[in-house]
Ligand binder design. Structure first.
Ligand SMILES: Nc1ncnc2c1ncn2[C@@H]1O[C@H](COP(=O)(O)OP(=O)(O)OP(=O)(O)O)[C@@H](O)[C@H]1O
Ligand SMILES: [Mg+2]
Length: 752
């Protein structure tokens, strides 16, 4: 339903006229949005763009930047074009505006062509009804759309171009989107349309970059303080806690039924933590780019409509999400920069009511993030030597985050000073843990220092400990080792989860790719890692390690959550493959037990990686493989949906004696870590025929014993060796195949 139009704003300059204009704008605000008055610098920004001036608007998260282009759209006949980085963000805003009776639309590839055509017809009509048109930067770059904009402009109907989240244009910013770079063409094509750039990113370098890149002319630069007085800042130290999962769970419980966001670095953590919270009676769901669009939308809807209270998410969740009553934002892993932290924690308390930011800091998380950033930095350095300065920036930015966690003194001051704001000592008013409980925080920091020193002396873990600095200094992580990185998504590198953008491709394209081809020196480093692993398992320094291992121990709760994950994955496999001849609950226990047996002593990270890899295996495995691993007996004929095995289902766990885990590997066993097949099995094949052939070549007695005696999950050394062999084998096979192809000039079956 559309509202009746209010008087249009005139561009006038006398004092009275100025007052009248302000009154009209306030009337529009009250009429359409129900707010009493403008906040902060909103009015100045609105007046500037209405007078035709470019404006750069720097406001804190939740400060009300959207209003700076929404009111101008209502104040003048014509269209305001809004460029926004995420489709979800556009959808949300358009929906909210439509609910208020404001004619807003968005154009994106997710719409049906009939919806898009309708919008285009309206735009071409000469008298468009739409007042706010949201588009992606990619669309702006297309010649067709640019000529449409030019046409609208020649009819005098393009009032303003608003670039929301404008920091995305700057490679100095924390959310750089290459597609935003294309927006610089707007000024060439539409030189006299005012441009409004909006961001909550305060770094001066980013500001200058935005102004230059968008070619803003004599812009009015409006900036407000970044202080969020209604947010209480706190850091908890994972290394000093028995169980961070349990700690978060009790914090959330003690707060009552609050709305919260928990950010994690990795998708697996989101899944595990969300399962843990749910199990403890907290209504929660995981949200990350690994879920399909439908699932993500339903999680978002449920959270926005308060059906669930807590979303456990990667950074894919949040940019521009406008739920005002978020009472707590928790970072379960350290964010990559102060800018990211500020943006994400700033999603708390947008209604200006007291809220909380809680960060769980762990030394392992620190190392992991540092490793990811260094890896990304190395990649950038290799791709362009001129970007050296830029590459180092990520580590410098991260150091501010470390200082926030490990340093003493007011947290608020640290945040604001990192953005160049000078802050008085009294500003915080005891609204951070360091100001409210200085002695306690000092004690924690001391304990943390001791714990770090202990870890430095001991060798806590192959990848995550400080003693691996010398390795990761040069060692370029290969995607293939991602299992040991607690990664849940093959083919995507660690950086992806940091960006975790879900709808655009360019960021994904810019991710580090596998470096298998760059072999130089890698073998030595692998050997180094293997030696490290051997040392570790020999437990020579067990006493020194004990403390750390305890901290890293796998709790029953974590095991239960993992079992739940495996059960869910089994259910999905059950759906995908049809009726499975296995008992799901027992099989989940069995698989979890396998992971625990293998990595129970190595600690959470390895154990959790193994769970993750098993989950992935379940998502892609065939019925034969699954039955071989979990079912009652090896089928002597290929198993298919049409020909299920005749033996009745019987849970494997009871059938398997403990010593059988060391028996020789069944050829049809498909380990998620060890995909390599023995040389004799590497003939051209289709998956199913291969499985059935191997099964048929096995004698019945062998077959039944193999089916119950499952192979062990490979150790890190086995995994590394298998990858090496696989690499060598692939090279040999490729050479042979290449020669054959050259000879025959014919394309044959692709060799593995
Ligand atoms: N003048 C106002 N008075 C009261 N509430 C307002 C006012 N202007 C905006 N708001 C409300 O403040 C909330 C935050 O606004 P908005 O989403 O525009 O913030 P933002 O600056 O874009 O934040 P972010 O950086 O997170 O995108 C919204 O719910 C909005 O309706
Ligand atoms: Mg916004």
């Amino acid at each position: 339903m559309k509202k009746s139009p209010l008087p249009m704003v005139q561009n006038t300059s006398s004092k009275d006229e100025k007052r009248t204009r302000k009154e009209t704008l306030v009337k529009l605000l009250r009429w359409h949005f129900g707010y009493q008055d403008f906040r902060g610098k909103q009015l100045e920004a609105i007046e500037a763009v209405l007078s035709g001036r470019d404006c750069f608007c720097l406001m804190p998260t939740g400060g009300g930047k959207s209003m700076c282009y929404q009111i101008p759209a209502l104040a003048k006949r014509g269209i305001v074009l809004v460029v926004s980085p995420l489709i979800a963000l556009m959808e949300n805003q358009v929906m909210a505006l439509k609910e208020k009776g404001i004619a807003a639309e968005f154009l994106s590839s997710t719409q049906t062509s009939s919806v898009r055509n309708k919008i285009h017809e309206d735009l071409d009509s000469g008298k468009p009804s739409v007042r706010l048109l949201y588009v992606t930067p990619e669309l702006i770059a297309t010649p067709g759309f640019m000529s449409k904009l030019t046409k609208i402009h020649t009819r005098g109907l393009l009032n303003l171009i608003a670039i929301d989240e404008a920091h995305c244009i700057s490679s100095w910013g924390h959310d750089f989107r290459p597609s935003y770079r294309k927006l610089s063409s707007l000024r060439n094509h539409l030189p006299d349309v005012p441009v409004l750039a909006l961001t909550a990113t305060a770094a001066p370098k980013v500001q200058n970059d935005v102004i230059e890149s968008l070619c803003l002319q004599d812009p009015l630069v409006l900036s407000s303080s970044f202080n969020r007085p209604n947010i209480y800042y706190e850091v908890r130290y994972k290394d000093l806690l028995d169980d961070a999962y349990a700690d978060l769970s009790s914090v959330l419980k003690s707060c009552g039924d609050i709305c919260a966001i928990v950010y994690c670095l990795e998708r697996t953590t989101c899944d595990g933590l969300s399962a843990h919270l749910s199990k403890n009676g907290i209504s929660s769901a995981a949200y990350h780019a690994g879920l399909n669009n439908k699932l993500r939308s339903s999680v978002l809807d449920d959270w926005i409509s308060s059906k669930i209270q807590v979303v456990v998410a990667t950074v894919a969740f949040g940019m521009g999400i406008d739920r005002k009553d978020v009472r707590m934002v928790c970072h379960f892993n350290i964010p990559k920069s102060m800018e990211s932290f500020y943006q994400e924690s700033g999603r708390a308390g947008r209604d200006q009511l007291p809220s909380r930011s809680l960060l769980y800091y762990g030394v392992d998380d620190h190392k992991k993030m540092e490793f990811i950033l260094r890896n990304a930095e190395n990649k950038k350095l290799q791709s362009s030597s001129s970007k050296g300065e830029l590459s180092k920036k990520s580590l410098t930015d991260f150091n501010l985050m470390i200082e926030y966690c490990e340093g003493s003194g007011c947290r608020r001051k640290k945040i604001l000073e990192s953005f160049g704001e000078q802050v008085s000592a009294t500003l915080c008013k005891k609204s951070c843990d360091a100001c409210k409980h200085p002695n306690l925080v000092a004690k924690y920091l001391e304990e943390l220092t001791t714990s770090i020193a202990r870890q430095r002396n001991g060798f806590s873990r192959v990848f995550m400990s400080r003693s691996t600095d010398m390795i990761d200094e040069e060692f370029r992580i290969d995607e293939q080792f991602s299992e040991f990185w607690n990664r849940d998504d093959e083919g995507k590198s660690s950086e992806e989860d940091i960006s975790d953008f879900d709808d655009e491709t360019e960021v994904v394209k810019s991710l580090p790719r596998s470096r298998l081809s760059r072999k130089s020196g890698v073998d030595e480093k692998i050997e180094l890692l293997q030696r490290a692993e051997e040392n570790y398992y020999q437990n020579k320094n067990f006493d020194k390690l004990k403390n750390k291992v305890d901290k890293n121990a796998i709790s029953e709760t974590l095991r239960e959550a993992s079992k739940q994950r495996l059960l869910n994955a089994l259910k999905l496999a059950h759906k995908r493959l049809g009726i499975l001849n296995i008992e799901l609950d027992t099989s989940a226990s069995f698989l979890e037990n396998e992971c625990y047996k293998k990595y129970g002593k190595s600690g959470k990270t390895f154990y959790y990686s193994q769970v993750a890899s098993t989950v992935r295996w379940l998502s892609s495995t065939t019925l034969v493989e699954l039955t071989n691993r979990l079912g009652p007996g090896t089928p002597s004929v290929p198993v298919s949906k049409e020909h299920p095995p005749e033996t009745p289902p019987s849970p494997l766990l009871e059938q398997r004696p403990p010593e059988t885990t060391n028996l020789k590997r069944h050829s049809s066993f498909h380990s998620p870590l060890l995909e390599q097949k023995s040389p004799e099995t590497t003939t051209p094949r289709l998956d199913h025929t291969f499985q059935s052939e191997t099964s048929m070549n096995t004698s019945p007695s062998e077959s039944s014993s193999l089916s119950t005696k499952l192979p062990s999950i490979p150790s890190f050394s086995e995994f590394v060796n298998s990858k090496k062999e696989k690499g060598n084998h692939a090279n040999t096979s490729q050479n042979q195949s290449h020669m054959r192809l050259e000879k025959t000039g014919e394309k044959r079956l692709r060799l593995h």
